[in-house]
Design a protein. Structure first.
Length: 449
């Protein structure tokens, strides 16, 4: 996966790179990716870079250049780096206040800004005046290198290690541990220090091994770091690789649709007994929890009080769909998606009457989502699409815009070419409980009768 795909860079973005462990190489790699895609890329720094790194830029100009000269340079190379001066082998950027003028006067598609300093170290804690993030920034990419895991926690190897020691009481000189990196990334006074509250933030674990134990350690760091809702995702990879991103862990929720009237069943199907003394709805939620789905929203309607009484103690959110009688599945899905926290990047659409749902299927979907840039994923058994379907946030607005008489399937079918199918070895993704006969058959298939 390319860097700009992993971080969802869009035209008009101002992207600030902070942290330690490869900011310049990540910025330059992303710039060349975007140029190859036909973008016009401006880059600058609010701090400083080594003078030798100017050789990585196809064109470097000072702010004294007129906007027409900058535009002509963009026409020629597609990538222009702007700086103020070179002193003592360091290239310094222009005054941050000049960036707003730059955005308004130059016809570039994106502005990339190196907004932090780490002196080549793999991990850092900021000093009070760091990082220097322009207020116009729309995306912050916070870096840490997995090379830090083999280094001692002291100021010789870790930038401002004393701040980390003072914050957490870690023993000076001890080797950096995986949870420590996660703590630093998600800490408002360390990794998130000076990051504007309204800015989208993603972390990048650079120099992650492509496989093996190192990759597993990166996944642990990502999982722990994402406990902080301000992080929209954690990417893992190596900035200098041909395809720099191996996977991106983003917070994924689940909307469980449990509002139906169950008219053909004659009784609420989500409350029917399933296994080990649990109802269908309780069993489904257990499977989602076992698959480590971050945030679960159960949408109720018919028998709402009874359903809520069962599932609320399981730690899920419960919302009531006032339109369940006439709005059917679409209205419930809209209610559920709108109840999702802002940091959730995608949601599983889970049928409340699909009791044979399996954690391994959910895990397969979540893994595919982390390793692919696709935003609509569906399980497939013998070339047949099933549930649950994973839907990225960028497509939620298409659900909201469907008419009252529409169906979620309409929106998904409209984007058929964007669906990433995940092959599974179980037909459980194809079956739900719609009639008494379905209930009997599903219990038989599950080995419960």
């Amino acid at each position: 996966m390319k860097l700009h795909e992993a971080f969802y860079v869009t035209p008009g973005d101002v992207v600030a790179f902070i942290g330690a462990g490869g900011k310049t190489s990540t910025l330059v790699t992303m710039a060349y990716e975007l140029v190859e895609a036909g973008w016009r890329v401006l880059a600058t720094t609010t701090t400083g870079i080594k003078a030798e790194q100017l050789e990585l830029m196809p064109n470097a100009l000072t702010p004294n250049a007129e906007s027409t000269e900058i535009s002509e340079a963009l026409n020629k190379s597609g990538f222009v780096f702007l700086y103020d001066s070179i002193q003592n082998d360091t290239v310094y950027g222009p005054n941050p206040e000049w960036i707003r003028q730059l955005i308004d006067s130059v016809d570039s598609d994106v502005l990339l800004v190196e907004a932090d300093v780490s002196n080549g170290m793999p991990l850092k804690a900021p000093y009070p005046d760091e990082p220097m993030i322009p207020p116009e920034t729309s995306l912050v990419i916070m870096l840490a290198s997995l090379k830090a895991l083999s280094t001692p926690l002291d100021d010789e190897y870790i930038y401002n290690a004393s701040a980390i020691i003072d914050r957490y009481g870690f023993k000076r000189g001890n080797t950096i541990k995986s949870p420590w990196i996660a703590q630093i990334l998600r800490d408002e006074t360390l990794g998130l220090h000076n990051v504007p509250k309204s800015t989208r933030v993603m972390a990048f674990l650079n120099q992650t091994p492509s496989k093996g134990y190192g990759r597993a350690r990166a996944r642990m760091i990502a999982r722990l770091a994402l406990r902080k809702s301000r992080l929209h995702g954690v990417a893992m990879g190596a900035a200098r690789a041909t395809d720099p991103i191996y996977e991106v862990r983003r917070p994924v929720g689940a909307v469980v649709l449990a509002a139906g009237m169950s008219s053909r069943m004659g009784e609420p199907k989500v409350l029917l007994p399933w296994a080990r003394g649990k109802t269908i709805i309780e069993h489904i939620i257990e499977q989602l929890i076992n698959a480590r789905v971050e945030h679960i929203v159960v949408v109720t309607g018919h028998m709402a009080k009874e359903v809520k009484a069962l599932v609320k103690p399981m730690g899920v959110s419960v919302v009531y769909n006032r339109s369940y009688r006439r709005g059917e599945m679409l209205s419930s899905l809209k209610v559920g998606l709108r109840a999702m926290p802002e940091h959730i990047a995608a949601s599983l659409i889970v049928l409340g009457d699909q009791p044979r749902i399996q954690p391994k299927v959910i895990y397969r979907l979540l893994t595919a989502y982390s390793e692919d840039a696709s935003e609509i994923l569906a399980p497939s058994f013998e070339m047949r699409r099933g549930h649950p379907i994973l839907l990225g946030r960028r497509f939620w607005k298409d659900i909201y815009n469907l008419p009252r008489t529409g169906s979620p399937r309409d929106m998904i079918d409209n984007h058929a070419e964007r669906i990433h199918y995940v092959n599974v070895d179980t037909d459980s993704v194809l079956h739900d409980v719609d009639t008494p006969e379905d209930y009997t058959e599903e219990r038989w298939r599950a080995g419960l009768t």
